[in-house]
Design a protein around this ligand. Structure first.
Ligand code: GLU
Length: 465
């Protein structure tokens, strides 16, 4: 069987964490089975769909590296196809015109509510053998309704939730084309899933109620019914529905906040799916392991701490050149360029295991590329008379010593000893002079990476030379 999955976002907002996880699982399932992953943009809600949201979705998918094999297909470009299918259903008698006016529907609803019944269309225009239909009223453009089976159940074995059944009596003859001819949501999904030969529909469980209608439609079209896997929702850190403060933000915001995509992907992979106790794995491994059997049916809870931990983990392993480029992108926004500073990859390598995200990395790298001014407070505390004397002696030594970490460390030690200072009494003022900060990675490494010219000129600044 050629596995075909799809991700079908509505471009009414960003690609958020829930959507990204749905996309990841659909992508991984196709990859796992050597199948195809299709991207479909469900943009028929013209009032709410925007080109910006389409772009945000494409950007988010690209940032995560979830490449599609086919598409993106846009539903708005498939109108002719939907109309063709509707015409075919009218012809076949699996759909019919309904002329009930808005007022009639309102009256029907009021009656049903008065009787404490669930509001539903009563089938008054549904053709039946031997049934006389009312005369079509003038001036009421008809909608098209699906002829839903009247009795029996529609059931499927959900690959996450197990067997789900709906009584057909609960599903009314829903509208598949509005009076202006535009097809409705459930209808477009069905035609697309059929035309795109989708074998596995993996989506959020907010769609469970659509599934019986979609299955009935597929059957009416004589189409095979795909497998369904409905993913449980993701709760925020606080156990509540995802909110803006807890994960319901654009995937690209994670980029802004300095997360690496591989950390977000690894995190999402474990959000409602497990492979034993494995927590840390790359996408290649994930694709080998991924199955639908180990998706939990219960809601998964977002855990920012774990995401942060994974991010720190991936930062430690990341190629310093890539980290330098990422930090450079961030520093450029603050007007700092890497051009005439020390080797940015080496600076990144000094900090990658000391920071939690790329923004912190950029902050840590900042003073290497724009000479810092120590705060008055730090200067008063650390750039004291004896410290400045020590720094002057150190500078003299730096002018000719070999520029290698071991030698440099030795130079600092020796100078401190000669000046009667303890190591920190010289090393901290040195950090303040070089970086405007009292702490840093090991001072010999900092010196080596910064380079002789830069170190000397920064010392000059505090020595007033
Ligand atoms: N367009 C729907 C959404 O964004 C998804 C439809 C589906 O996956 O069947 O929620």
């Amino acid at each position: 069987m050629n596995i075909r999955t799809r991700f079908a976002p509505s471009p009414t907002g960003f690609l958020h964490i829930g959507g990204a996880r749905t996309a990841l699982f659909s992508w991984a399932f196709a990859r796992r089975h050597g199948g195809s992953f299709i991207l479909r943009i469900e943009d028929t809600d013209v009032a709410r769909s925007t080109p910006e949201a389409v772009q945000a979705i494409l950007d988010g998918m690209q940032w995560l590296g979830l490449a599609h094999d086919e598409g993106p297909f846009y539903q708005m470009q498939r109108m002719a196809r939907y109309k063709e299918v509707i015409a075919g259903m009218l012809e076949a008698g699996t759909a019919y015109h309904c002329h009930t006016s808005r007022e009639e529907l309102d009256a029907l609803r009021a009656e049903q509510e008065a009787r404490k019944e669930k509001p539903r269309y009563d089938g008054r225009w549904r053709p039946e053998p031997g049934k006389a239909l009312p005369a079509a009223p003038a001036g009421v453009p008809p909608v098209v309704r699906f002829r839903n089976p009247l009795d029996g159940v529609v059931a499927w074995d959900d690959l996450v939730k197990g067997r789900i059944e709906f009584a057909n009596a609960e599903l009314d003859d829903f509208v598949i084309a509005r009076a202006d001819g535009t097809p409705t949501y459930n209808f477009c999904v069905v035609v697309d899933d059929h035309d795109m030969k989708i074998t596995h529909v993996i989506r959020g469980d907010d769609h469970v109620n659509n599934t019986p209608r979609q299955i009935n439609l597929l059957r009416a079209l004589g189409a095979p019914v795909p497998e369904y896997a409905h993913l449980s929702m993701i709760l925020g850190d606080d156990g509540q529905k995802l909110s803006k403060r807890h994960g319901a933000v654009s995937v690209m915001q994670y980029d802004d906040e300095g997360y690496l995509p591989e950390a977000v992907l690894n995190y999402l992979a474990r959000l409602g799916w497990s492979h034993g106790d494995d927590e840390v794995f790359g996408m290649e491994q994930f694709v080998q392991w991924f199955d639908l059997d180990h998706i939990t049916a219960s809601a998964a809870q977002f855990n920012t701490e774990k995401l942060n931990w994974l991010n720190a983990h991936y930062l430690k392993q990341a190629d310093p050149r890539r980290l330098a480029a990422e930090a450079g992108r961030r520093l450029a926004r603050q007007g700092v360029t890497l051009g005439d500073g020390p080797d940015a990859s080496r600076v990144a390598a000094l900090y990658r295991d000391r920071v939690g995200n790329l923004n912190e990395l950029a902050d840590a790298m900042h003073p290497y590329f724009s000479p810092p001014k120590p705060s008055a407070e730090l200067a008063a505390q650390h750039l004291t008379e004896p410290a400045l004397k020590g720094l002057a002696a150190l500078k003299a030594r730096f002018e000719h010593c070999a520029w290698l970490a071991a030698e440099l460390g030795q130079a600092v030690k020796q100078t401190a000893a000669e000046a009667g200072l303890k190591m920190p009494q010289l090393a901290i003022p040195l950090r303040v002079a070089l970086l405007g900060l009292p702490q840093s990675p090991s001072i010999d490494a900092v010196l080596e990476v910064m380079g002789r010219e830069r170190v000397l000129s920064r010392l000059d600044r505090v020595l007033g030379a």
